[in-house]
Write a protein that binds this ligand. Structure first.
Ligand SMILES: *[C@@H]1O[C@H](CO)[C@@H](O)[C@H](O)[C@H]1NC(C)=O
Length: 311
């Protein structure tokens, strides 16, 4: 083999290795573990909240509203709401959650009060050690300005800028709404909806019904897992396979997805990372300069390996 062909072969091997989606991104794992350790606002399973995962959910096709309930009890058996209300970022998150229209095709418009709520929420998020560390990391990578106001505006655009997801009838969605609040499409499909606080609040108000967990053969999640793959219905629509961080603070979720979003330029980015005891796949899809969707999927927890489809 000539040297040139050998070099070409090595180059192609390198390309393959970097495209291997199952290989763990070590640099992102390192920064995310730092953020994990800094996440003092994270709620503790068995103390601040208790969940009951119950049984494995069955197979349901997207768009179907017929689903067997494998979980007679709610997912959240108890949550220390007083503690959440005393934690500024959780408190402000809960105020934001009721600001959005559920249907993705209904136009959104911020009222002056909502603009203020978003601003207060971002200020609180920027005060946390988690977001301060994420900011420092993004500045070191040349992805964000070290100026705090400029960084706040960048976060605001990524998460709260309103855009058209469905039709040309005006802005109907934003990254925050899709990821943290959830939207319904054609009345029978749930789009987005990956935040555990929203899950808990909607379940408490009986708008949401947990149907069971999703996991591979002979696998079942533990009640202290911080990422869950699950099935649920919401206002009559069904999410065949959903997934969410559980117990984590809003600043942690925002920081992680903002970093994946800013470190990549593709329309859709998938990275595999090890955080704490879990191996996760993080998927971030862009919509211009904003987030279209972003969610985690549990690949394995401790030595358990989870094999299944998620979207
Ligand atoms: C969760 O369960 C544990 C053990 O039963 C209990 O000590 C704790 O108070 C519960 N947490 C909440 C928020 O109810």
């Amino acid at each position: 083999m000539s040297a040139r062909i050998l070099l070409l072969a090595l180059f192609l091997c390198g390309l393959n290795a970097s495209r291997d989606e199952s290989s763990v991104n070590q640099e992102l794992s390192n920064i995310f573990n730092e953020l994990w350790r800094l996440d003092l606002n994270r709620m503790t399973p068995g103390i601040d909240y208790n969940i009951s995962v119950q049984n494995k959910a069955g197979f349901v096709t997207q768009g179907s509203t017929v689903v067997r309930d494998q979980a007679p009890q709610p997912l959240f058996s108890s949550v220390d709401e007083d503690k959440m209300k005393r934690t500024t970022t959780f408190f402000l998150l809960m105020k934001l959650l009721d600001n959005y229209e559920r249907s993705a095709s209904v136009s959104e418009q911020y009222t002056p009060e909502e603009i203020t709520e978003i601003s207060l929420f971002l200020d609180a998020v920027l005060e946390t050690q988690v977001m301060k560390r994420a900011h420092k990391y993004l500045v070191s990578k040349g992805k964000s300005s070290s100026d705090l106001t400029t960084f706040k505006n960048q976060l605001n655009w990524i998460w709260f800028h309103l855009y058209n997801r469905q039709r040309d009838t005006g802005p109907d969605s934003c990254g925050f709404e899709h990821v943290f609040v959830g939207e319904t499409r054609t009345g029978s499909e749930i789009a987005g909806f990956h935040n555990w606080v929203q899950f808990y609040l909607q379940e408490k108000n009986t708008h949401l019904d947990y149907k069971g967990f999703k996991a591979g053969h002979q696998d079942s999640p533990d009640s202290d897992d911080h990422v869950l793959n699950l099935q649920f219905s919401w206002h009559g629509a069904v999410k065949p396979v959903g997934s969410a961080f559980i117990g984590t603070s809003p600043e942690f979720e925002m920081a992680v997805f903002t970093i994946v979003f800013l470190m990549n330029t593709e329309r859709s980015t998938k990275v595999v990372v090890d955080i704490d005891q879990c191996q996760l796949e993080l998927l971030v899809v862009r919509h211009g300069n904003s987030i279209g969707t972003a969610f985690p999927k549990l690949l394995s927890s401790n030595s358990r390996h989870v094999r299944q489809q998620s979207h």
